[in-house]
Design a protein around this ligand. Structure first.
Ligand SMILES: *[C@@H]1O[C@H](CO)[C@@H](O)[C@H](O)[C@H]1NC(C)=O
Ligand SMILES: *[C@@H]1O[C@H](CO)[C@@H](O)[C@H](O)[C@H]1NC(C)=O
Ligand SMILES: *[C@@H]1O[C@H](CO)[C@@H](O)[C@H](O)[C@H]1NC(C)=O
Ligand SMILES: *[C@@H]1O[C@H](CO)[C@@H](O)[C@H](O)[C@H]1NC(C)=O
Ligand SMILES: *[C@@H]1O[C@H](CO)[C@@H](O)[C@H](O)[C@H]1NC(C)=O
Ligand SMILES: *[C@@H]1O[C@H](CO)[C@@H](O)[C@H](O)[C@H]1NC(C)=O
Ligand SMILES: *[C@@H]1O[C@H](CO)[C@@H](O)[C@H](O)[C@H]1NC(C)=O
Ligand SMILES: *[C@@H]1O[C@H](CO)[C@@H](O)[C@H](O)[C@H]1NC(C)=O
Ligand SMILES: *[C@@H]1O[C@H](CO)[C@@H](O)[C@H](O)[C@H]1NC(C)=O
Length: 740
């Protein structure tokens, strides 16, 4: 975890870097300086919004000049508190403490029910604690520790380098006889306020003469285009055409990010508007809001928050002057480490980027489109999981079951589904049930592993691309000059042998026919979780990669020796490197260290951009996660659905700094647990096993069965016979059970 006691050293690190090697460039902001990072309620993407921990973590993990944003609300006795919403029940447990005190007020002419700060004196709020208001985020920190803070608390205790106060509802407090204006003016006598924003024109025009714009900048906040500004009764959309008027009382504007990059109804990005250029021409700074790593993502960014920030700050045409973010770490890293990189920059860390079914985060896996995208995204190694067709053609597909990866159930072949107890598949149409020509006629289907969370992958490309045979895959890979190799995955060779398919022989032949045997420019990696398959390749000069697909907490040295007898590298799960429980890191294993010290390379799978695939400790930022495995665990390669994210990470400037920025230091495992109350701690899960020698030894493969070639008219004799065999085994088991 980010070490809360390390604040002084953080400041020191940054001052060294600023004076020394830090990258300088002319930004297309109004001032020419780097854009600001404004932490909305701290790291509100992780801790409860506006809590002490959220603000402190923002300072630890962000740019040295990060600005703390506080939404100011007033209590009945006129105390200013930082709270993200007018309704206190939005992000605190006030509804529990004052169960029967709900009220109803007009807010901008709309009747709203809830618990409002104007009904409570500050002391009434003492027992109330903050909680996470956005339900896709972890609620594990909703404990007893998080109190509502006053604005003074945030200024004095957090000691942020900058303070931004947002006054969302001056009108409402005025109706309740509370003067936000007097409060802010009196606060400014002992607290340095860098920015004051409001969506109400009159509030800003009423205070503008009281603030020196060189000390405190006033910013007009735009809400939705059709929302009506309450004090002058015009829509925000119409005010957008009147920036000259806004410049009379504000030095900047704050807009939802869609004002700059609009998004269509299907969540794709449209061309940018001229707003940033217009504002700059008017002499107004422009800040963009609603940045978060976990919500509001147009598909164009492939769930990579860094690439979204880059489109706002480094697009060659303009840069916003600041971003308001729930995850300031990502904004800071983007500005410091990722902006203005050159696509031809050399990697700054040596590790392999291996695809998982090509760029399967963007296109249906193992299609020509997924492979082409992966190459242009900067992958080093393209993978092909080999399957066999009925007519014996090896081709690339992520599953032996066509139902998983194609739209076969909507095709004329949908009537040949069957069940296979050996493969443990209930609804299956197997690749070897269809000829290659038939498989090529199927539509590929994109996989969206986190669709259950509403996180879909590139819906416009949901059935795009064509499947490729292993031979075509190899020819393509050979022609891609930036690739260093291919990884061919073989599984179920014993099962296929019983069906009459020699998958190993097919792979060897494809490699030979495409000239991979007598060339050295492309590395060939053969991957399997079955040691007996790898042993078949022992006499060839391929890198043999053993996949350990379950989580392990340790590995015996005898096991490593055994692995070395058939493989030179292994693939581990993420959890076998950093153990996590309930998606919180609880420890780091020695498995990587032990394998590497025996000269076994370690690759880790599978890296994804969707935040739900990552431990909370990584702040929903795929680059932070990769950084931890590379810098924090020293692995030799990543296996990823999103090679572009890994390739961008590998070129980032901060990897070259002598002093790593804290937002790019590895996370301390277990660090987040200390912030949880006892009842929130993740349940101790049974420990993962230690990998022993007998776990990796497999019986030798059976010979390939001699089966008379199936005629095309017959849908699937092999599959049907295996069903019969399965039924027999199953009945036999029942019989035996009955007998005993
Ligand atoms: C709190 O407000 C935010 C922003 O309007 C909203 O996204 C969230 O759902 C609200 N949460 C609750 C618990 O009302
Ligand atoms: C809550 O409501 C009760 C009963 O209506 C009242 O006595 C009490 O003062 C209220 N508390 C606050 C903090 O408003
Ligand atoms: C505000 O003050 C006015 C005049 O003093 C009074 O009539 C009104 O009831 C007060 N409103 C509230 C919400 O306290
Ligand atoms: C606000 O403007 C709209 C149309 O511009 C008008 O119909 C409405 O009466 C106005 N409301 C107020 C409170 O002035
Ligand atoms: C801009 O707004 C001001 C104040 O509402 C108004 O007086 C002025 O006419 C507006 N100008 C334009 C061009 O709309
Ligand atoms: C976003 O992606 C869609 C679909 O691929 C594309 O049509 C659109 O042009 C992209 N938007 C931008 C701004 O590149
Ligand atoms: C499946 O349907 C096709 C016609 O769409 C038919 O020719 C074929 O015999 C059917 N196969 C089975 C196994 O029912
Ligand atoms: C490499 O192997 C291929 C296929 O076996 C063969 O056609 C080719 O001549 C070989 N090239 C060299 C340089 O040996
Ligand atoms: C690992 O490789 C290095 C260099 O190739 C060699 O010196 C060392 O002895 C090897 N270590 C083991 C444990 O095999």
């Amino acid at each position: 975890m980010w070490n809360l006691r390390c604040l002084p050293c953080l400041v020191l690190l940054f001052s060294i870097d600023v004076a020394g090697q830090r990258f300088q460039t002319k930004w297309l902001t109004l001032s020419g300086d780097a854009p600001l990072v404004i932490a909305r309620g701290g790291v509100s993407g992780l801790f409860p919004d506006s809590s002490y921990e959220a603000y402190t973590m923002a300072m630890e993990t962000s740019s040295p000049n990060v600005i703390s944003w506080c939404d100011v609300q007033l209590t009945k006795d006129g105390v200013g508190i930082c709270f993200p919403d007018l309704k206190l029940d939005n992000a605190s447990n006030i509804d529990v403490h004052y169960k029967n005190n709900k009220s109803e007020y007009l807010v901008n002419r709309v009747l709203i029910q809830g618990w409002f700060s104007v009904d409570y004196n500050f002391n009434d709020l003492a027992p109330v604690t903050l909680r996470q208001g956005v339900y896709i985020r972890t609620e594990k920190f909703d404990g007893t520790k998080y109190r509502i803070l006053t604005v003074q608390d945030v200024a004095n205790q957090v000691k942020a380098p900058g303070l931004w106060l947002n006054i969302q509802h001056d009108n409402f407090f005025t109706q309740h006889n509370l003067s936000m204006r007097s409060y802010i003016i009196s606060l400014s006598r002992n607290v340095l306020i860098n920015y004051i924003s409001s969506p109400e024109v009159t509030f800003l025009t009423n205070i503008v003469t009281r603030f020196n714009p060189r000390v405190t900048k006033l910013v007009f906040r735009f809400l939705g285009h059709d929302d009506v500004e309450p004090s002058i009764n015009q829509t925000y959309g119409s005010l957008l055409n009147n920036l000259t008027f806004i410049k009379t009382f504000a030095s900047g504007i704050l807009v939802p990010k869609s004002y700059i990059w609009p998004v269509d109804n299907s969540h794709y990005l449209q061309p940018y508007t001229s707003l940033v250029l217009d504002a700059h021409r008017e002499g107004l700074e422009i800040f963009a809001s609603q940045f978060a790593n976990d919500v509001h993502f147009p598909y164009n960014f492939s769930y990579d928050p860094t690439s979204e920030y880059l489109s706002f700050i480094d697009n060659g045409v303009f840069s916003v002057d600041g971003v308001l973010s729930d995850f300031p770490v990502t904004a800071s890293a983007t500005i410091d480490c990722f902006a203005h990189l050159n696509k031809n920059d050399k990697p700054r860390e040596k590790f392999l980027i291996i695809t998982s079914e090509g760029a399967s985060g963007d296109y249906p896996g193992c299609t020509d489109m997924a492979y082409t995208k992966a190459v242009s995204d900067g992958a080093d190694v393209l993978d092909c999981p080999v399957q066999m067709t009925k007519d014996g053609i090896p081709f690339c597909l992520g599953s032996i079951n066509l139902v998983d990866k194609t739209t076969i159930l909507q095709s004329p072949f949908s009537n040949i589904t069957n069940t296979d107890p050996v493969l443990n598949i209930i609804t299956g149409i197997f690749t070897f049930n269809l000829n290659w020509d038939e498989i090529k006629s199927l539509k590929p289907a994109i996989s969206s592993p986190w669709s259950g969370f509403g996180l879909y992958r590139n819906p416009k490309a949901i059935n795009d691309g064509n499947f490729v045979s292993l031979v075509d895959f190899l020819i393509y890979a050979k022609s891609a000059t930036t690739l260093s190799g291919v990884m061919i995955r073989i599984e179920k060779a014993d099962y296929l042998a019983n069906q009459g398919f020699g998958v190993i022989a097919a792979v060897v032949e494809a490699l030979r026919n495409t000239g991979y045997n007598n060339q050295t420019s492309k590395k060939v990696m053969i991957q399997s979780k079955d040691s007996s398959i790898l042993k078949e390749f022992k006499k060839r000069s391929y890198e043999l990669v053993y996949m350990i697909d379950r989580n392990i907490r340790d590995i015996e040295s005898a096991t490593i020796s055994e692995i070395k007898s058939f493989a030179s590298s292994v693939i581990l799960t993420k959890n076998s490197v950093f153990r996590s429980e309930d998606e919180f890191l609880v420890g780091k294993t020695d498995v990587v260290k032990k394998l590497q010290s025996s000269n076994v390379s370690v690759y880790v799978q599978r890296f994804n951009n969707e935040f739900v695939s990552q431990a909370w400790d990584f702040l929903s930022d795929s680059s932070v996660e990769i950084n931890n495995y590379i810098v924090g665990a020293g692995i030799d390669g990543v296996i990823t659905d999103f090679p572009r994210t890994a390739a961008t990470y590998r070129r980032n400037r901060c990897l070259g700094y002598k002093h790593r920025s804290l937002y790019f230091s590895p996370v301390e495992t277990g660090g987040l647990l200390q912030f949880m109350s006892r009842q929130s701690l993740p349940p101790a899960e049974p420990p993962s096993p230690i990998l022993t020698e007998s776990d990796v030894v497999e019986p030798p493969l059976p010979p390939v069965a001699k089966i008379t070639p199936a005629s095309n008219a017959d849908a699937s004799p092999t599959a049907q016979s295996s069903v019969v065999a399965g039924v027999l085994t199953c009945c036999l088991t029942i019989l035996l059970a009955d007998l005993s």
